[in-house]
Design a protein around this ligand. Structure first.
Ligand code: ZN
Ligand code: ZN
Length: 289
């Protein structure tokens, strides 16, 4: 039997095919150009339902009242990113059927945002490479401490492989995609939100400085955190989040990092302005211009 081999196409033939595909609109189709976000988790640090809680939200049968820890999948024409990798990271990767991960961006070092990174191993096996992690220096130090076995000199061969990269207040270009880091405050802790194109993602904040608000000008899709209706020391309340939405005036705003005290998804959504909705796990949004 004759052995089958992949033939190497000549460069001219490749160019001809690319031109044909471009003319037919197959390459650079609009859907691919648009940033797509998927809410992997929309819950506060404990998730919803809360263990052992018997409140109306925690016992609700509405699937939208089940919230994994806050995390966002960002698909661009070039890359797949995840913002934060909390304790539900494994389940979130399975739910969204993520096969390739180009980088993780971390907003801050609290457990509900970094606890799932041991499961990066699956992506290491697939890509045979370390996963790039972007975080500011303080957060990197926390990751090194939390995952000391990953960064120790003589480590066990099966440990996850991650490569830490710095974030500062300047634009962050990762493999051809540019994020704008957004400095916000989680009580006294300075943390980052991220803008890519016309979408901004801010979680765990309760204060946004003026210079960051300037970076939100022109945002059409705003994701903002709100824990509950009552005021909280380190998270926006629903009312405070709605004030920010009014200021930024996006086409659409999505609330995330929601606690069980917020109330039932369906009830709260009925009370919100038309351009605002509580996000839910699995919600996909194409951030069209
Ligand atoms: Zn959090
Ligand atoms: Zn509850």
């Amino acid at each position: 039997m004759k052995e089958l081999r992949y033939s190497h196409s000549s460069p001219l033939k490749v160019i001809y095919v690319i031109v044909l595909l471009s003319i037919s609109g197959y390459v650079c189709s609009e859907k691919i150009e648009t940033v797509k976000i998927t809410f992997l988790g929309t819950g506060t640090s404990q998730g919803v339902p809360v263990i052992a809680c018997e409140c109306g939200v925690c016992t609700s049968s509405d699937p939208n009242d089940k919230r994994l820890r806050a995390s966002l999948l960002v698909d661009t024409a070039l890359n797949t990113f995840v913002i934060d990798a909390g304790p539900d990271f494994r389940q979130q990767m399975l739910n969204a059927r993520v096969k390739k991960l180009d980088a993780i961006l971390l907003t801050h070092e609290h457990k509900d945002h970094i606890a799932g990174m041991d499961d990066l191993r699956a992506f290491n096996y697939r890509s045979q490479a370390a996963i790039d992690i972007y975080a500011e220096e303080r957060v990197q130090a926390a990751v090194r401490k939390e995952y000391a076995y990953v960064f120790s000199e003589n480590h066990y061969p099966g440990v996850p492989k991650m490569e830490l990269h710095n974030i500062d207040s300047y634009n962050l270009t990762i493999k051809g995609d540019t994020f704008i880091p957004l400095r916000v405050f989680h009580y006294r802790l300075p943390i980052y939100g991220f803008r890519i194109g016309n979408m901004a993602y801010i979680t765990d904040a309760n204060y946004i400085p003026e210079e960051t608000k300037e970076k939100l000008i022109g945002v059409k899709y705003l994701v903002i955190n709100a824990l509950r209706k009552e005021k909280h020391i380190s998270h926006f309340s629903l009312g405070e989040a709605l004030e920010l939405v009014q200021e930024v005036s996006p086409r659409k705003a999505y609330i995330t990092h929601i606690g069980h005290q917020m109330g039932k998804h369906a009830d709260v959504n009925r009370e919100l302005p038309v351009n605002v909705t509580l996000a839910w796990d699995g919600l996909e949004v194409y951030c069209e211009d």
